[in-house]
Write a protein that binds this ligand. Structure first.
Ligand SMILES: Nc1ncnc2c1ncn2[C@@H]1O[C@H](COP(=O)(O)OP(=O)(O)O)[C@@H](O)[C@H]1O
Ligand SMILES: [Mg+2]
Length: 290
């Protein structure tokens, strides 16, 4: 079995991919890695499956994708994805606006971000109208504004094919910093949350957001305030480091490749999609009852 992983050339991404490649090869999967390029990526090995890891170049030469282009593109455009999420009444997101609404002065503090962002960069915490306007200019067209939630905890929920595979908690170096994923003194850390302590509300919100994303693999960022969980984004190239995490992801990918093989290289036929949806619905029903 052959897997082509297409990824960007970033230190942390490269580290995750090399750990994953080693593990996959250990369990019998041949892996080729490809750097994403604006000119596209041509994989000249018929029959393979490509995993788009946090990127969406035009990929030719393979018939099947894990994290297909359209889903990866939607998750990457944080503004568009927030609009989609907010359009679903049953998914909790921080209240968001895509232009300055009437009465915004009663909503401060708010956060302004550009459509594409990562690692806490271009994060503007605004307390006044002047700060808001300046932030919008810095973010440019396609920005989004969201109500700042004075969160008490923050989680990252790793979802593979509609299942929660792992949860980690972000422990900020400085709790008063509005963004917990960056820290002036770099002391923000991720702590693994044991299965018995999984935050059910955060998992539920993450699963609902994942289901509408169309992704196969994603790490959902969820903040929590007084037991109310809010989805903020889905990452398609999360850093995966611990042996156990890498192992789980590798095994999931192997399982996925196997099912592609079994279905005579038609992984996304309607039967599969229906089965996946049924599985997800069952999971939700299960979670609702918890
Ligand atoms: N509406 C919000 N209320 C409170 N904190 C937020 C809000 N949006 C984002 N944050 C904080 O900012 C951090 C970065 O936001 P996020 O949407 O995950 O973008 P990225 O990780 O791409 O920078 C989050 O980890 C969280 O701590
Ligand atoms: Mg994030």
């Amino acid at each position: 079995m052959n897997l082509h992983i297409v990824h960007r050339n970033r230190r942390k991404v490269n580290e995750t991919i090399s750990l994953l490649k080693a593990k996959l090869e250990e369990i019998g999967i041949t892996v080729n890695t490809w750097l994403s390029s604006p000119d596209g990526v041509h994989i000249d090995k018929p029959g393979g499956v490509a995993l788009l890891w946090g990127c969406r170049p035009k990929v030719t030469g393979v018939g099947h994708f894990i994290n297909k282009h359209s889903a990866t593109a939607l998750a990457a455009n944080k503004t568009e994805f927030r609009k989609v999420l907010q359009g679903h009444d049953d998914i909790a997101v921080p209240m968001s606006w895509f232009e300055i609404p009437f009465g915004i002065q009663h909503m401060f503090p708010v956060i302004v971000r550009p459509a594409y962002h990562a690692a806490g960069k271009k994060f503007f915490y605004c307390l006044t109208m002047n700060q808001l306007k300046a932030a919008i200019i810095k973010c440019g067209p396609g920005y989004y504004i969201s109500k700042y939630i004075p969160k008490d905890r923050e989680f990252r929920v790793y979802v593979y094919a509609g299942y929660v595979m792992a949860v980690s908690e972000k422990i900020p170096g400085d709790k008063t910093d509005p963004a917990w994923n960056k820290s002036k003194d770099s002391t923000t850390s991720f702590k693994n949350v044991l299965w018995s302590n999984w935050p059910i509300e955060a998992c539920k919100e993450a699963l609902k957001a994942f289901a509408i994303s169309g992704l196969d693999i994603g790490a959902v960022d969820v903040i929590r305030k007084d037991d109310q969980a809010y989805v903020i984004e889905i990452n398609t190239s999360p850093t995966i480091s611990g042996t156990y995490r890498v192992d789980v992801l590798a095994r999931y990918l192997k399982y996925m490749l196997k099912s592609i093989d079994t279905y005579n290289e038609k992984p996304y036929n309607s039967k599969d999609v229906q089965q996946m949806k049924r599985t997800r619905d069952m999971r939700y029903a299960e979670l609702q009852e918890m």
